[in-house]
Ligand binder design. Structure first.
Ligand code: TYM
Length: 340
């Protein structure tokens, strides 16, 4: 794949069901981005080991995730679609970059602090992978000489860390081994909130499943979840966008805007004067239609495991070729003993 297009890298962890937050924050942009960038879409299975429960079916989840990538319009003829663990260069660079990252930098990461809290701050119960997670992410991104990384806003700090590690390495070795990547974060949809607690990010690990819409949810449960979702208790009962004053309504508006491809302003005008209950019906109808279509396409891909295996195989070969070049540059700067 030789072209002069800028390079774009993105990934999702195959930890159970993908949420509408994952879709709106990143995946929905992927099919369009493939036209203007050389895209690498990765399934970050090594990352998911940091939070897996013992009874988790990793292979199944990887195939599910790959099927969703395709259903969302990722075209393996245009983009490189691959599974992280199939490309050993990621773990190799991860170790090297560990040695260029400070403990204090990782300790400051907001996502780590939050995950630490879920273990009630018992340091001894936290696996080192969870701490090290952002360095593996930096390795993913830097291996491909990535220019842009489309992510939700929760990942911004990790991209900043990636930039710091890359700049540090480049300046230590007076080189331009790594391209310095930039995050691509949309103004709207970059942080879809929980349905019942609109001040908290929607997350696939939420124990209250009513907070989350999963891409594999059945339509009746979507309707119920939207019906139960928190709207705002101000007297006006108006539908308009204001994250501070109306977090619940604004969140539903962001979801509706993303899946209907309509500007928030246009929607607010269209929805002027209607009641909350009617608004919720409109939102759940739109989500249901969207999910029906997506699930149909997902099922078609998911059925054919040998096709999925072929896509993953071809993706791994292309990703290995590209990432090996960067790894060799790094190793040569570090004066590794090369025998091949
Ligand atoms: P993951 O699987 O937790 O999230 C995948 C993507 O979904 C975005 N996202 C959201 N966007 C909007 N609203 C939400 N409620 C929401 N929840 C999640 C995340 O920001 C992310 O973009 N660490 C990454 C996976 C990864 C990665 C990478 C990403 C591994 N290596 C390299 C980019 C580049 C993650 O958060 O996965």
């Amino acid at each position: 794949m030789i072209s002069s297009k800028p390079i774009l890298f993105s990934a999702i962890q195959p930890t159970g069901n993908i949420t509408i937050g994952n879709y709106i924050g990143t995946m929905r942009h992927w099919s369009i981005l493939q036209n203007n960038y050389d895209c690498f879409y990765c399934i970050a299975d090594l990352h998911s080991l940091t939070t897996l429960e013992n009874n988790f079916f990793l292979k199944k989840s990887i195939l599910d995730t790959l099927s969703f990538y395709l259903a969302c319009g990722v075209n393996p003829e245009k983009s490189v679609v691959f599974v992280q663990s199939h490309v050993y260069q990621h773990s190799q660079l991860n170790w090297i970059l560990n040695c260029y990252t400070q403990f204090s930098e990782l300790f400051r990461m907001t996502q780590f602090k939050k995950k630490r809290k879920t273990k009630h701050d018992h340091i001894e119960k936290i696996n080192v992978g969870l701490f090290n997670y952002p360095v593996l992410m930096a390795s993913d991104i830097l291996l491909y000489q990535t220019n842009f990384v489309p992510v939700g806003s929760d990942q911004k700090q990790h991209i900043e860390l990636t930039r710091n590690i890359a700049n540090r390495f480049n300046s230590l070795y007076s080189s331009d081994v790594f391209t310095i990547p930039k995050p691509l974060i949309n103004q709207y949809g970059c942080k879809i909130m929980s349905l019942l607690e609109p001040n908290k990010k929607m997350s696939k690990s939420d124990i209250n499943k009513n907070n989350v819409i999963f891409l594999l949810d059945d339509i009746s449960s979507v309707n119920l979840k939207i019906k139960q979702s928190i709207t705002d208790s101000d007297k006006s009962c108006k539908i308009y966008y204001d994250r501070k004053k109306k977090p619940g309504i604004s969140n539903l508006l962001e979801i509706l805007s993303a899946i209907s491809n309509k500007d928030i302003d246009v929607l607010s005008r269209e929805l002027e004067g209607i009641m909350y209950a009617e608004f919720k019906n409109i939102v759940s109808d739109a989500i249901s239609k969207f999910l029906c279509k997506l699930q149909k396409s997902y099922i078609n891909y998911r059925r054919d495991e040998s096709f999925l295996k072929k896509i993953a195989y071809e993706g791994a070969i292309k990703a290995r070729l590209k990432s090996e070049k960067t790894l060799q540059k790094v190793q040569s700067k570090l004066d590794f003993f090369s025998i091949f």
